[in-house]
Design a binder for this molecule. Sequence first.
Ligand code: ADP
Ligand code: MG
Length: 259
Amino acid sequence: MSAAIPKHIDNPAVLYMDGVSVSFDGFKALNSLSMVIAPGEMRAIIGPNGAGKTTMMDVITGKTRPDNGTIVFTDSSNTQYDLTRYDEAAVANLGVGRKFQKPSVIESLTVFENLEMSLKGGRGLWAALTHKLGAEKAAKLDEILGLIDLADKADWLAGSLSHGQKQWLEIGMLLGQEPQLLLIDEPAAGMTDEETMKTAALFKQLAKKYSLMVVEHDMDFIEALDCKVTVLHEGHVLAEGSLATVKANPQVIEVYLGR
Ligand code: ADP
Ligand code: MG
């Protein structure tokens, strides 16, 4: 008998977008946008206000339906989904987690309780009755608390956290949903320089386990992420490459950096 031939496993993009367009009253917010994110990749997205960065996240997550184009998400079991056919809740369930700019943690609950609530599948009836989490969920919460550096503040009310700590808690709550791809819009906005750098370090940790797409204007932050950068302008990709490469691109300087 011949030995089993290992099945060839493709390594498809975790996110594949091609020719995606969206118009609002005739204005093209996205104009034939194409982008590919590899599994485990962290990608930074920059570009002037109105370039379509948030709209791009809206079409990926089912909030806005594109007029044209393909958006395919490949999950960890290599199943492919046409995201344009799913609504927001369904896209989140497939494994695409999104963090908005404004934190939405429940301030009157503790850090731990916020995370507990976010866990995929909820706490379950038995856990709710006994106030006990299963070992697996408890371990997951410990891991998340460590990652977001809030282990020593697990019993704090979320409302007593700093702005930066609330943002990290919210990222922790996203992780509770066990996403594969994280979309994060302007995480450093309103953060101190120290919090911004700590956030970059957190994202580098996350990139070991998840694929990330991060929109940000803060160039020190982008530099600290040390990943491939895509520049959006007028709803399409203007340039892509290392930060040094795109920073030296005359068109990028003209429409974004030089102003
Ligand atoms: P960015 O996040 O890069 O600053 P946005 O994606 O928010 O840009 O916006 C891109 C363009 O699309 C802007 O001109 C904005 O006014 C417009 N736009 C975004 N969402 C809507 C909407 N729901 N209705 C009408 N116009 C919108
Ligand atoms: Mg935006």
